[in-house]
Design a protein. Structure first.
Length: 444
C-alpha cells in the first residue's frame, strides 16, 4: 500500500489514472457542465444577454425574467431548494456531487489529465538537471494558467456583458474591477485545482464534515468487499485460501485524495469511482468477478426511498418549490414608491394653496414598455401640478418628482393622501399607493 502524503502541501495524487466506466461518466458530466457554463454567457434574448447579473443596475436578467433587490426572497428560496436537493442526493448516493459535478473536482481532473499527457508518469521523478522535464513542467503550468484565465473571464462575463468585456480586453480599456476579478479568479483556480488539489476538499470545504449528517443506512457509498477480498495475497498460486484482492495498491494510486478504501469508509472519499475502475481492470485481467470495490449501502435490504431523512428532505423541497411557484406567479410586475420630500415639508403657493413634493419611483418588471398614469383619488381639492403621465421602458427603473397642490385646505396637519396608479398593460391591475399630505398651521 502506498503511504498517505496528506502532510505535504503539494501532493502527487492521483499517482496513476486508469480509464473505465466511471471515468467516462465523469468525463461526460464534466464536459456537459463546462459547455453549459461557457455557452451560458453567450446566449442572447430579445437583444440583450440572456443571463446577466448586472451589479451596476442591481438586477438579475434571466431570459425574459428580471429580478430586482426586492426579489431577494425568491433568490433565497432558490438557494434553499438547491441545498435540500444536494442533501437529498447525498442521502441517496453519497458524495457524487464531489466526485462528478463539483467545479473543484472537474478542474482537478482536467489539470491532472493535462499533466499526464505532457509529462509521462515515468518522468515525474526526474532530477532537476533534466531540461526536457523542466520544459514539460513549464508547459503544464502554462496550460493550467490559460484554462484558469478562460474560466475567470467567462465567470466575469456573467457580471459584465461578455462581448463588452472581451472588446475592452482587446482594446486594453478594461476597467479596474473586472480586471481585478479576472486576475483573482485566475489565481484561485490555478492554485486550487493545480497545486492544492485535494487539500481544498479535505481542509477547506465543509461538505466532507457535514456528510455524516445526511447519510443513512441505505446511502450508496464506495465500499470494499472484505469478505471476498481477504486475506490479501500477491502470489495467489501459493495460497489457496487467499481472497480476490492481490494487494496491488492501484486503488490507492488512482484515488484523488490518496486514501485506501479497503480500510473502510472515510470522510476523505469523494465517491468519484476511480478506485472501482482500477480494481475492475485488475479483476478483468485476472478473469475474476468485478466489483470487488463498488457502490454499496450498509443495509441493502432497506429501500433508499423509505428513509425518514430523505422523506423530510423531499418534503422540504416540495414546500419550498410550492412557495417559490406561488411567489413567482403572484409577483408584482410593477412596483411603485411615492415618498414625501423630507427636507421641504411644504410650500405656500398662489391662491391660498399648499404644495407638497413627492419622489416617485417606478420599477417595470416586464419586457414591455408601459404607460403609467398617476392621479389622486381621495381628495377632490388636491391636484397634481405638472406631468402625471410617464413612459416606463421595459425592465427599467425611473424616478420622478411630482408636486401636489391643495387649495384652501380645511384640515391642518398630516392627512392621508391616496394616489391611484394605472398602467396600459392589461396584466397589471390598478393599484393604490398611500402617502401623507402636510398642511401647516398658518396664522393670519
Amino acid at each position: 500500500m502506498q503511504p498517505n502524503n496528506h502532510n505535504k502541501i503539494i501532493s502527487d495524487y492521483p499517482q496513476k489514472v486508469i480509464y473505465g466506466y466511471f471515468s467516462k461518466i465523469r468525463f461526460i458530466v464534466g464536459l456537459l457542465l463546462i459547455c453549459i457554463y461557457c455557452v451560458g454567457c453567450w446566449l442572447s434574448y430579445d437583444g440583450h444577454q440572456a443571463i446577466l447579473i448586472n451589479t451596476e443596475a442591481r438586477k438579475l436578467q434571466l431570459f425574459s425574467w428580471i429580478f430586482w433587490p426586492q426579489d431577494l426572497f425568491l433568490l433565497s428560496l432558490a438557494l434553499i431548494i438547491s441545498a435540500f436537493v444536494l442533501f437529498a442526493v447525498t442521502n441517496i448516493a453519497g458524495r457524487i456531487w464531489c466526485g462528478y459535478a463539483c467545479p473543484q473536482s472537474t478542474f482537478f481532473w482536467i489539470f491532472s489529465y493535462i499533466k499526464r499527457k505532457i509529462i509521462p508518469t515515468n518522468q515525474n521523478n526526474k532530477s532537476n538537471s533534466n531540461y526536457k522535464y523542466w520544459g514539460q513542467a513549464i508547459l503544464v503550468h502554462l496550460c493550467w494558467l490559460i484554462i484558469s484565465v478562460l474560466f475567470a473571464t467567462t465567470f466575469v462575463g456573467y457580471f459584465v456583458p461578455i462581448k463588452q468585456l472581451l472588446t475592452s480586453i482587446y482594446l486594453t480599456t478594461i476597467e479596474f474591477t473586472p480586471a481585478f476579478w479576472i486576475i483573482t479568479i485566475t489565481l484561485v483556480t490555478y492554485i486550487n485545482a493545480g497545486i492544492l488539489k485535494e487539500k481544498i476538499c479535505l481542509n477547506v470545504c465543509p461538505y466532507a464534515r457535514l456528510q455524516s449528517v445526511m447519510f443513512a443506512d441505505s446511502t450508496k457509498v464506495i465500499a470494499y468487499d472484505a469478505t471476498r477480498g481477504e486475506p490479501r495475497a500477491r502470489h495467489i498460486k501459493t495460497n489457496v485460501n487467499a481472497g480476490d484482492c492481490v494487494d496491488c495498491g492501484l486503488c490507492v494510486k488512482v484515488c484523488p485524495t490518496g486514501i485506501d478504501i479497503r480500510q473502510g469508509l472515510q470522510y476523505e472519499c469523494i465517491s468519484c469511482g476511480a478506485c472501482i475502475d482500477a480494481c475492475n481492470s485488475v479483476m478483468t485481467k485476472l478473469q475474476r468477478k468485478i466489483n470487488l470495490i463498488s457502490y454499496k449501502s450498509q443495509n441493502s435490504e432497506k429501500p433508499w426511498y423509505k428513509t425518514p431523512r430523505l422523506i423530510g428532505f423531499l418534503l422540504a423541497i416540495s414546500i419550498a418549490i410550492s412557495i417559490l411557484t406561488i411567489k413567482l406567479v403572484s409577483r408584482d410586475l410593477l412596483l411603485v414608491e411615492i415618498l414625501p420630500e423630507r427636507n421641504v415639508l411644504y410650500r405656500v403657493v398662489a391662491n391660498n394653496g399648499i404644495e407638497n413634493i413627492y419622489h416617485l419611483k417606478l420599477i417595470n418588471k416586464t419586457s414591455l414598455t408601459q404607460k403609467i398614469a398617476i392621479e389622486i383619488i381621495n381628495n377632490n381639492q388636491a391636484s397634481i401640478k405638472g406631468n402625471a403621465n410617464f413612459i416606463l421602458d421595459a425592465n427599467d427603473i425611473s424616478q420622478h418628482v411630482i408636486r401636489v397642490v391643495v387649495h384652501n385646505p380645511q384640515v391642518v396637519g398630516s392627512t392621508p393622501l391616496i394616489f391611484g396608479v394605472k398602467s396600459d398593460n392589461s396584466q397589471i391591475q390598478p393599484m393604490k399607493v398611500e402617502s401623507r399630505f402636510f398642511v401647516p398651521n398658518i396664522k393670519d
